[in-house]
Design a protein around this ligand. Structure first.
Ligand code: SF4
Length: 375
């Protein structure tokens, strides 16, 4: 039976150690002399209290365990969402300081050499560019955050894989096909161990604009699907609700049926909190934002638009943009006249481009930065 540990600990170091010990100890995974790659989730340059990024003290605890196992080289690598730089994310999150203090190596993935890997088992990404330093390692440990995600429902161990991709590959298939994309990347570079940081989690409009929640848990296991299934369940999701988990289980990456997973440590029901769900819909959210949608993708232009509106909302700028209109998708019914500025979002809506500022793409990544407060 697949084993996953679920630990509520007194200190970060104790919780991480206990979680790993419960599944057989670090030496079961890391052997003396191994080169080890540790991947936290540093999606944005924000501090640990935000609940958006892996707590650097969890990274420290993992480095210490890996050292004890006799690793010859320890690298900590990630890159944030493509509008930010890795160096800034490492600095602001406190990861750089921890990595230096522990004498590990910081790997800024947006500055690294990538190698094209052929992967015939993948359904979308038959070739994937992966960081050379990751490929050169003997062991790969993923250290994701416990949080919600507007496009994927949850962002846990499998979703954390997206951070491995080069900036240009992160952008493609970031629509409804994102669910298979994260599975493909996991098939191409499967972590040997997952340790989820659920100390301060994120609910609602994750992965970046939600609200932080104190959970105080660490979840660990060698089966990523099982780890994510347990983590989803403590967030109040049925694992079956998560598309990439269903695909990962069907494609042989692990076990998602909670009846076939042995959970050591705390009980799921004792720890569970029903997280506020992430929403991708955009209509009627803000009174000054009029949205005209025809046929459009939930995980594509709708979610990307919602992320942008959430960004403005989080920074108190939504009222300052004044009256705006958004046209999204195909076959949109439009009034003759619209008051305020108009943005036409995504390739599907190109036929309406003469009605406002056209933001091309499938999905339209350029939304970010286009919608600004009026001067
Ligand atoms: S351009 Fe159209 S198909 Fe592409 S993500 Fe946007 S709504 Fe979906």
């Amino acid at each position: 039976m697949t084993v996953v540990s679920l630990v509520k600990g007194e200190t970060v170091a104790e919780a991480v150690r206990e979680a790993v010990d419960m599944i057989g100890g670090i030496k079961k995974v890391v052997k003396r002399g191994d080169k080890v790659f540790i991947k936290p989730n540093l999606v944005v340059p924000l501090p640990r209290e935000s609940g958006t990024v892996t707590d650097p003290e969890v990274v420290r605890a993992v480095i210490k365990l890996v050292k004890e196992a006799g690793a010859s080289q320890i690298m900590v690598g990630d890159a944030p969402v493509f509008i930010y730089k890795s160096r800034r994310a490492f600095e602001v999150t406190g990861t750089k300081k921890v990595v230096e203090e522990e004498e590990a190596e910081a790997v800024y993935l947006d500055e690294e050499e990538y190698v094209e890997v052929k992967f015939p088992k993948a359904k979308l990404m038959n070739t994937v560019k992966l960081p050379k330093k990751l490929l050169d390692c003997d062991k790969f440990i993923t250290v994701p955050k416990l949080k919600t995600h507007t496009m994927c429902g949850v962002s846990l161990a499998i979703k954390n894989q997206i951070g491995l991709l080069s900036p240009e590959e992160k952008q493609i298939y970031h629509r409804t096909d994102i669910h298979q994309k994260v599975v493909d990347v996991t098939l191409a570079a499967k972590p040997d161990l997952a340790i989820i940081d659920g100390l301060i989690a994120l609910e609602g409009q994750g992965p970046t604009y939600g609200n932080s929640v104190k959970m105080g848990v660490v979840i660990a296991g060698e089966d990523l699907v099982a780890v994510d299934a347990v983590a989803s369940s403590i967030m109040g999701f049925d694992p079956q609700e998560i598309a990439h988990l269903r695909l990962a289980a069907i494609q042989g990456l692990g076990e998602m049926n909670l009846d076939r997973i042995e959970v050591k440590g705390a009980n799921i029901s004792e720890v569970r909190r029903y997280f506020k769900r992430p929403l991708a819909d955009v209509m009627g959210v803000y009174p000054n934002v009029e949205v005209y949608v025809g046929c459009a993708c939930h995980e594509g232009c709708l979610a990307w638009t919602r992320v942008e509106l959430d960004r403005l909302g989080k920074h108190g700028l939504i009222e300052k943009i004044g009256k705006i209109n958004l046209i999204i998708g195909r076959d949109v019914r439009l009034p003759q006249k619209m008051e305020g500025r108009t943005y036409v979002i995504g390739d599907c809506a190109e036929r309406y481009r003469d009605r406002g500022v056209f933001i091309a793409g499938c999905p339209a990544f350029g939304i970010l930065g286009n919608i600004q407060p009026s001067k």
